[in-house]
Design a protein around this ligand. Structure first.
Ligand SMILES: [Zn+2]
Ligand SMILES: [Zn+2]
Ligand SMILES: [Zn+2]
Ligand SMILES: [Zn+2]
Length: 209
């Protein structure tokens, strides 16, 4: 897969930034886009695919929200296919309870934890604290996605036009991404294909976005 610079979009003001510049932008953008409502401290979290870091989310989470709220958000935006188990952990899978408060878990800057969705065909994420800022309760009573990567352009392995689906059974064969006109000819059958989606769970289990 050709290396490309994947930009992200700020969900508050729409500006496009590199992955490296987005967090600093959000530290200014979150407080300044507050219009009415009372201000509350927000933890800024960088979430990315542990093995697919081109998929990333910058989450603004109220300090008094809980890991369970973050779990809800990650499932909704990126992961949920059929209600698998999930867990936050530190080190070698030492679980952190879902009831843990964001402010406790990410109290010190540069805290890094792991997250796993589905212990079978797992999708693993890393979540790192990028410090605190503030925002208004009007936008964020619960964790929100403040910014995320733009969908990467993945080429069809046969003709290089943009791919719309992939075959998870063929991911190591070099012929697993297909454009609409090459989907039907795939030997595994069209019903085996999953849509190309903007998520590190693309092509896993029955994930369709
Ligand atoms: Zn912004
Ligand atoms: Zn599933
Ligand atoms: Zn094609
Ligand atoms: Zn296949």
């Amino acid at each position: 897969m050709a290396k490309q610079t994947v930009l992200g979009v700020c969900g508050l003001c729409g500006v496009r930034k590199t992955k490296g510049a987005m967090l600093n932008h959000l530290k200014r953008c979150l407080p300044s886009s507050a219009k009415g409502g009372s201000m509350l401290p927000l933890a800024l979290l960088r979430v990315e695919g542990a093995y697919a870091p081109d998929f990333w989310l910058d989450v603004a989470a109220p300090s008094n929200s809980h890991l369970a709220d973050l779990d809800d958000l990650l499932r909704k935006v990126w992961l949920e296919c059929c209600g698998h188990m999930s867990e936050f952990y530190v080190g070698r899978y030492n679980a952190i309870g879902m009831e843990a408060k964001i402010s406790h878990v990410f109290g010190s800057a540069s805290t890094r934890i792991g997250y796993i969705y589905d212990w079978g065909s797992s999708t693993e994420l890393t979540i790192r604290s990028a410090g605190f800022t503030e925002g208004t309760t009007k936008t964020t009573k619960r964790p929100i996605v403040a910014a995320r990567n733009e969908p990467p352009l993945l080429p069809c392995d046969i003709c290089s036009l943009p791919a719309s689906s992939l075959c998870s059974d063929c991911q190591d064969t070099g012929e697993s991404f297909f454009c609409p006109s090459h989907e039907s000819g795939h030997s595994c059958g069209e019903e085996r294909l999953l849509p190309v989606v903007n998520s590190p769970r693309m092509g896993v289990c029955g994930y369709t976005g």
